[in-house]
Design a protein around this ligand. Structure first.
Ligand SMILES: Cc1cc2nc3c(=O)[nH]c(=O)nc-3n(C[C@H](O)[C@H](O)[C@H](O)COP(=O)(O)O)c2cc1C
Length: 245
């Protein structure tokens, strides 16, 4: 097994960090590695906003649902999908940009995820821990105003980075045959596999929390999916110029 495979297979989110600062030149190298990720049609649709500790950061932590590590992590980044620079490129050629397509929303968002995961892999290779923060989408309007995001830019997620001050177990993933299919989609064995997997996830949570949390994967997912999923996102995205057609 190569080192990179081992590294990625041992990822776990970190939510408690030491005070040790992250060197800015290393952070900038991670961002450049993010830029080096493949990008749909060369659109380069990611903007990263680094948020210093202070009032704005504390507000973001609150808007993300009171996630304290957004305030306390040595580095906090907001990853935005950005189609604004494409408007500027079209303006340079007096071309009318046709925006608002679902395809453009998808390509920009995919670009952000690929970019961010490169940053994460670099950071983890350097011994840092990370936690993505999708909680920013609880209040995407407030986040966008606070960061002065223009039209055609939206915050996809945040990212906490720093040296870990905890050492959680790796969270077990679904069995390989549930996610890797051969030649066609066959899920006939998946319900049984998920039942077995549930036992492992329950054990993981019980160990991690000293018995305070005992939950299976399917319980967690069914509990989540019977609730509405941030229904404000569609009108928010449309108001920012995405998903209109
Ligand atoms: C896009 C995205 C958003 C996430 N948002 C949050 C978040 O707001 N708060 C949090 O504590 N963890 C968040 N997570 C972390 C997931 O809960 C975590 O990755 C998942 O439970 C698997 O655990 P692991 O990363 O430790 O393997 C997010 C992960 C992703 C990929």
């Amino acid at each position: 097994m190569t080192d990179i495979v081992q590294l990625l297979q041992h990822h776990r989110s970190i939510r408690k960090f030491t005070d040790q600062p992250v060197a800015q030149d290393r952070l900038e190298a991670y961002i450049q590695a993010g830029q080096a990720a493949a990008t749909s049609s060369f659109i380069q649709a990611t903007t990263v906003i680094q948020i210093s500790a202070g009032a704005t950061r504390d507000q973001l932590a609150e808007w993300a649902g009171g996630q304290a590590y957004v305030s306390t992590s040595p580095v906090f980044l907001v990853f935005c999908a950005d189609m604004r620079r494409h408007q500027l490129a079209c303006d340079l050629h007096q071309a009318e940009m046709l925006s608002g397509y679902t395809e453009q929303f998808m390509t920009a968002t995919i670009d952000v995820a690929l970019f961010a995961q490169n940053v994460v892999a670099c950071a983890e290779a350097d011994g840092l821990g990370i936690c993505y923060i999708g909680g920013l989408r609880n209040n995407p309007d407030k986040v966008s105003s606070a960061l002065e995001l223009p039209e055609l830019v939206y915050p996809v997620f945040g990212l906490c980075l720093g040296y870990p001050d905890q050492n959680p177990e790796v969270k077990p993933r679904l069995p390989l045959s549930v996610v890797l299919k051969q030649d066609r989609y066959d899920d006939s064995a998946d319900a049984d596999l998920i039942r077995d997997y549930d036992t492992g996830v329950r054990r993981y949570y019980e160990t991690r929390t000293g018995g305070n949390k005992s939950m299976t994967w399917s319980e967690q997912i069914s509990g989540m999916l019977k609730k509405e999923a941030r229904p404000h996102m569609l009108p928010f995205l449309q108001q920012r110029g995405f998903l209109k057609r």
